[in-house]
Design a protein around this ligand. Structure first.
Ligand code: SF4
Ligand code: SF4
Length: 343
């Protein structure tokens, strides 16, 4: 006879989750690493991570849901990154090519909760998250048997690599926990450390967010520090390099249909002149909308400057007249960079 845990995992598979595991509601054992990371300001401007309420909740899932007895951890695949050296010059992280996961995943988590409630015949206290919750999701995923935390800080599964979104459902019901993932398969590999253009991967499997291109192009709302701009190459939203070079991603699974590429690529330099209306239309369903027009054009200016093509100067000169100071100053930086290379 099929157990409740097996039935729930089967339901998750039907909804597009390729991995599912259960862990207890115990506090994460490595919260101290997160606290240390915060104390060294490695979170940059992400102040919401350092707020006391957020830290208390991240330290103990029962602070989020007092009735929590078990946590279901799930993974849904997105489009695999192109191998290094392929694809268009201007780049976005592959997870952003499809629909926004914040829109796609939560309704499916709700469906799983409803399924469990149907099975047990009564309502169950619950909370669910994908990326947005105050929860150490990679540690919980390791504890639920989904994989190990690689040197690039991603959760890696031997049959699926790391190209998936994680999601968690906190449940006020006892489910049989899975065994934690037992092994670290990074071994002596250091490919991600060698390939990271800003050298922001730290020895304790965390990142110095202040230098990570994902942070600089998505989370940072102000000027990009000049000393890292050249290292950003042509990435305009996120960065896939430490996943592209990871040998385990040869096992990456096909994307769930919603995450098949939708936004038009290559992104054109003429995007430097996108109006707010055009930006909102283009990225209505994409995670790229998080950068907002000002952040997107800031990032694109840096990437175009790094491409160093003098044919882009007329568009950059128009962008340097933008009414948004952030766009103006970064477009001007790109102009100066291209002109200095022409001398
Ligand atoms: S996402 Fe890019 S910048 Fe950030 S750690 Fe990985 S390779 Fe480095
Ligand atoms: S590239 Fe190598 S060291 Fe880095 S996460 Fe992958 S296996 Fe681990």
């Amino acid at each position: 006879m099929i157990t409740l845990e097996q039935a729930v995992k089967e339901k998750a598979r039907q909804l597009g989750f390729i991995l599912a595991g259960v862990t207890s509601s115990e506090a994460p054992a490595h919260f101290n690493i997160f606290e240390e990371w915060l104390s060294q300001n490695k979170h940059g401007t992400m102040q919401y991570l350092a707020e006391e309420r957020s830290r208390i909740r991240r330290a103990d899932p029962k602070q989020i849901l007092p009735e929590c007895k078990s946590i279901l951890v799930l993974a849904m695949p997105y489009h695999s990154p192109l191998p290094l050296g392929e694809g268009p010059g201007v780049r976005v992280a592959s997870y952003t090519l499809g629909d926004d996961y914040h829109d796609i995943i939560p309704p499916r988590l709700r469906e799983i909760v409803e399924f469990i409630e149907e099975q047990v015949g009564h309502p169950i206290p619950n909370r669910y998250y994908t990326d947005t919750g105050p929860i150490l999701e990679r540690e919980l995923a390791q504890r639920a048997g989904l994989g190990w935390i690689g040197k690039n800080s991603m959760l890696i599964n031997p049959q699926a690599g790391s190209t998936f979104f994680l999601a968690e459902i906190l449940l006020g019901i006892e489910l049989e926990p899975d065994a934690p993932f037992p092994t670290d398969h990074c071994g002596t590999c250091t490919r991600c450390l060698a390939a990271c253009p800003t050298q922001c991967i730290l020895p304790d499997r965390t990142l110095d967010a202040r230098r990570c291109i994902s942070y600089l192009t998505i989370e940072l709302k102000d000027d990009i520090p000049e000393e890292v701009r050249e290292k950003m190459g042509e990435w305009i939203f996120g960065c896939d390099i430490c996943q592209q070079v990871c040998p385990w991603n040869r096992f990456a699974q096909p994307a769930c249909a919603a995450f098949e590429p939708k936004i038009p690529l290559p992104v054109l330099t003429s995007d430097l002149l996108l109006s707010s209306v055009e930006f909102n239309q283009r990225f209505k369903k994409s995670p790229v909308k998080r950068a907002k027009r000002r952040g997107y054009l800031r990032n694109l200016s840096v990437a175009v400057g790094n491409r160093g093509n003098e044919n882009d100067l007329p568009l950059l000169e128009q962008a340097a007249q933008d009414e948004e100071p952030l766009v103006k100053t970064h477009a001007q930086w790109a102009i100066n960079k291209i002109r200095s290379e022409l001398k």
